[in-house]
Design a protein around this ligand. Sequence first.
Ligand SMILES: [Fe+2]
Length: 247
Amino acid sequence: MMRGFTDIHHHLLYGVDDGAQSLQMSLKMAQRAYRGGTRTIIATPHVTPGVEQIDEEKFHKRLEEIHAACRQAGMDLRLLLGAEILYTDMTCRLLSEGRVPTLAGTEYVLVEFMPGVRYDALYKALEGILRAGFLPVVAHVERYACLASSPRRAAMLKDELEGVLFQMNNSTILGGRGFFSDLHTRRMLEESLIDITASDAHNLRERPTRMHEAYAKLKEDYDDIYAANLTGMSQNDEFWKAIASAR
Ligand SMILES: [Fe+2]
């Protein structure tokens, strides 16, 4: 059986952020992903803890609605709920109180920062999330100048803060639309600093799914084991095992 790709960063839920805007669009985005070999999507709407109310019930309802539409369209697609959490001072507290969705209900959380975040602020935030008992997955890590401009510092952060994972966008791997030069992107990949690649899909034009293209490029530039690990095709490590067994 084909396991397919797992896309852990996808703005599939309609009408909750700047991602899909209608049920029809959510369905088209799911179809696009499915045709490209994706079999699991974690829907990750933007949330800003303490700044905006997080309506998890509404997220679940939307997900169910989209899931039903997918089944009706003949897609055997696994859909799970997560969130892309913009880090705020309230994040750790609200996470601890169970008021912020984690990735598929696991201890992993997809967290993003402002692109110009300072290294010490980023470090402290990730340390706080770990201390609160969660494992941060840094969303589109290539966007933060303080890490992308220095793969050495990015490596140091991962050494010092065990449990932190880095996610890169497919569009960056495929080139052209990254925030930083290809050189830095390549170095982060060559040094195995990236753990996960995901679409960050918002619609059908900008940042569409492209899991398969990213997989093919990683396979060509590196090797098939790395390509499979980054896209969730192989589920040998702890992160993918946790997602695979989530309900
Ligand atoms: Fe995103």
